[in-house]
Write a protein that binds this ligand. Structure first.
Ligand code: SAM
Length: 292
């Protein structure tokens, strides 16, 4: 139900002193909300990843800075810790401190966690405004199950570590959401195919922007559809329901065949053909069986 006092309540809260976590649009400026605009207008200090990017955003939004107020203070992954004392001093002086990132919601695969945690530890007021998160935009438009979700953010750089993370994500059975660069997307899709088989996947590209596009289907179908070269920001959503069921079935079949005395080589070849499970994983199951 919409509260009829929403406007006046919003005006008060965004002018409150304390730390305000303020999302900004992920591509479409019209997605800025009244409360976000107000928080930016009435801030004493805006903590931002890049003062030029946020300065430009304020200009586009028509937020005027008079005598350098709101002050733009850089707060990024390399100075997160060293900035904390200064930010706590602002809060102690009862200033209104607004945290933004280059785009989307601060703290979500972006800096901010430390300052929020420190402000809470020191009992300063902390409040967050609702707004854009690329992961949620992609998920809500994906048509994949949303009852259980696992947000993995950016996967590790090394392929081995990435596959381990994907494997443990798959075994949760939840729908997995990832942030991925266009440069690495094809490689990661290949790894998803290797570990999840023909599970349904959706890629959301350039969300909320002019060239927004969605690619959905199995990994092979998506790979056939992706433009080359691939540009723009991407979110990958993976349904683990079928992948997890297939995986459990594959494991059960491996163990049943082994118990029936079938040769490991034959087991590997049958299960790989049928379920697309890797040789290494089947070997691991057979080894575990020997030891138990
Ligand atoms: N804090 C942001 C949020 O709330 O979504 C995420 C920041 S993270 C550093 C940037 C990544 O988010 C991109 O590499 C991409 O994977 C995803 N992303 C951000 N904007 C996007 C967009 N418009 N379309 C698709 N993906 C986007």
């Amino acid at each position: 139900m919409v509260d009829s006092s929403t406007d006046s309540t919003a005006s008060q809260s965004t002018r409150e002193k304390g730390l305000c976590i303020c999302p900004t649009p992920i591509g479409n400026l019209n997605d800025i909300s009244q409360r976000q605009l107000e928080a930016l207008r009435f801030a004493d200090v805006i903590l931002c990843e890049d003062t030029r990017t946020t300065g430009k955003l304020l200009e586009l939004l028509g937020v005027k800075r008079v005598d350098g107020i709101p002050a733009l203070c850089s707060y990024h992954e390399h100075n997160e810790a060293s900035r904390l004392p200064q930010i706590m001093a602002f809060l102690k002086q009862d200033k209104s401190v607004v945290l933004v990132s280059d785009a989307g919601t601060p703290t979500i695969s972006d800096p901010g966690f430390r300052v929020v945690s420190e402000a809470r530890k020191n009992n300063f007021p902390v409040f967050a405004l609702p707004g854009a998160v690329a992961a949620m935009v992609a998920l809500s438009a994906s048509g994949l199950p949303t009852d259980r979700i696992l947000f993995e953010g950016f996967l590790p750089n090394k392929s081995g570590e990435r596959k381990k993370r994907l494997e443990s994500a798959r075994d949760t059975g939840a729908t997995v959401v990832l942030y991925e660069s266009p440069k690495r997307l094809r490689t990661v899709l290949g790894e998803i195919k290797e570990l999840f088989g023909d599970t349904p996947v959706v890629v959301g590209r350039e969300l909320t922007k002019k060239f927004e596009s969605f690619y959905s289907g199995t990994v092979d179908e998506i790979l056939a559809e992706l433009p080359d070269p691939l540009k723009g920001e991407c979110v990958v959503v993976i349904s683990c329901v079928t992948a997890q069921v297939d995986h459990l079935e594959a494991k059960r079949l491996v163990l049943r065949m082994a118990n029936a005395g079938i040769e490991p080589k034959t087991i590997r070849s049958i299960v790989r053909d049928h379920y697309g499970v890797s040789k290494k994983e089947i070997f691991g199951w057979l080894e575990d069986r020997k030891q138990s």
